[in-house]
Write a protein that binds this ligand. Structure first.
Ligand code: PEP
Ligand code: CO
Length: 457
């Protein structure tokens, strides 16, 4: 028999990666205050996303999930939000055109603050302090005071998320996202890329399509459907006291929704059976993601699916696989086979970032563009061989011109990384690398769609 779920039932389960708040009264006061703050998203929006993800699961849409590894308080700026949003729209336009599929656009934005860490503490010289766990928990500065977990930071994360989401909503519906603009930004990028010739053909065809539509009287500057985009948000539901405070019952149905974002996922380190994180996600009706790393056994995955999606609702579960370019061939096929054997409907998504981290000789964390690309290529090939649909990609990127991942057309070398290495957490693709990846994924997805169509004919 299934145990009864309540927003706080996770508290009886094993919770990893959560801060140890020493002032319980302060924690209670903050979560109480948070629970009276407005929800950031509505149930109807989360349901709409679930339907769209169901389409991506069935091969009729494709998910693009992209954004920062960790949002921070210090880098909060409207230009940064705009630039990242702009690159995501450009990536989506390329993918739409190449695949002829609707692209479900989701930012790792407006809530991506809490980070799982590989070690609970950090040592410099003879000083050992708690690890930084994301700005909603503590501060990155290496002092005892900064690293102290302060519940009040959750309120600041909430208000920054609300402001970010407001900006995203304004840009999504206020005309900024008009397709003609998106196309002209992409043209500007192409002129700077050494791979321009390779991409020009595709970009020109997108331009031709817009010209043709305009000649027929469909003008992106005036046509609402070409001016607005549906843009969703998602983050790792790591900080459970925060997520619990944001869980609200939908008055219409009584179902609980996590209202901190449209989509919430469980990380690779906290998705074990019986975990507090799985218990929390079990009871909310949002579409949810599970990060699937090489240590996830097929039987464990099936048990998680039975727990999280007992009604086998399409779009409820997105499996975000992050195996590494060297391990995907060994670990992805058995997961796909197990899901198919059990008749679970899921949406598959590739995160080619998190298992492709290497350290340079000087100790910087980086991700070689080639490894990222290899994991995505293998992801497409494996799904093709297994008869499943590669329903999306998940990338860590920024619209800023950083140097954090090596490679790409404007080849960033290991030595060049220190020029503009700004991430607080994992290395991100910069604007040019993100767009290049979109062109390459677009080619793969377009090819995949054409092969499927010719087989079906
Ligand atoms: C992340 O997405 O930032 C992350 C920590 O991923 P994973 O749980 O897959 O390691
Ligand atoms: Co990350």
């Amino acid at each position: 028999m299934t145990r009864r779920w309540t927003p706080d039932s996770w508290q009886a389960c094993e919770a990893r990666q959560l801060p140890d708040y020493d002032d319980k009264a302060a924690l209670a006061a903050v979560t109480q205050q948070l629970s009276t703050q407005p929800p950031l998203v509505f149930a109807g929006e989360a349901r709409e996303l679930k339907r769209s993800l169901g389409e991506a699961g069935a091969g009729r849409a494709f998910l693009l999930q992209a954004g920062d590894c960790a949002e921070t308080f210090v880098n909060f700026h409207p230009d940064a939000i705009r630039d990242t949003f702009r690159v995501i729209l450009q990536m989506a336009a390329v993918l739409t055109y190449a695949s002829k599929l609707p692209i479900v656009k989701m930012g790792r934005m407006a809530g991506q603050f809490a980070k799982p860490r590989s070690a609970p503490s950090e040592t410099h010289g003879d000083v050992t302090l708690p690890a930084w766990r994301g700005d909603s928990i503590n501060d990155i500065a290496f002092t005892a005071e900064a690293r102290h977990a302060d519940p009040a930071r959750m309120l600041r994360a909430h208000s920054q998320s609300a402001a970010t989401l407001n900006h995203l909503r304004a840009m999504s519906s206020g005309g900024y996202a008009n397709l003609r603009e998106v196309q002209s930004w992409t043209h500007a990028f192409m002129n700077q890329s050494p791979w321009a010739d390779r991409y020009r053909a595709l970009a020109d065809r997108i331009g031709d399509a817009l010209d043709f539509m305009e000649a027929c009287g469909i003008d992106p500057r005036t046509q609402p459907s070409l001016q607005t985009v549906r843009f969703f948000t998602g983050h790792e539901a790591l900080l459970l006291p925060y997520e619990q405070a944001m869980a609200r019952a939908d008055p219409a149905t009584g179902e609980y929704f996590g209202t901190s974002a449209h989509f919430l996922w469980v990380g690779d380190r906290t998705r074990f059976e019986g975990s507090a994180h799985i218990e929390f996600l079990r009871g909310i009706a949002n579409p949810i993601g599970i990060k699937c790393g090489p240590s996830l056994a097929p039987d464990t995955l099936v048990a998680l699916l039975d727990t999280l999606n007992p009604k086998r609702e399409a779009g409820r579960i997105t499996l975000i696989t992050r195996m590494g370019s060297d391990l995907i061939g060994r670990h992805l096929p058995p997961l796909i086979a197990a899901v198919a054997r059990e008749g679970h409907e899921v949406t598959w998504c590739s995160d080619p970032m998190h298992a492709n981290v290497v350290r340079t000789a000087s100790g910087l964390k980086t991700r070689p563009f080639d490894r990222i690309l290899t994991e995505v290529k293998d992801y497409f090939a494996i799904h093709r061989a297994e008869g499943s649909f590669p329903g999306g990609v998940h990338v860590e990127m920024t619209g800023l011109d950083v140097t954090e991942c090596t490679g790409g057309a404007v080849a960033i070398t290991a030595d060049g990384l220190s020029d503009r290495y700004h991430t607080h957490c994992d290395p991100r693709l910069n604007a040019a690398q993100s767009l290049e990846l979109a062109f390459l994924v677009g080619e793969m997805l377009g090819q995949d769609m054409r092969s499927r169509a010719s087989e079906a004919a």
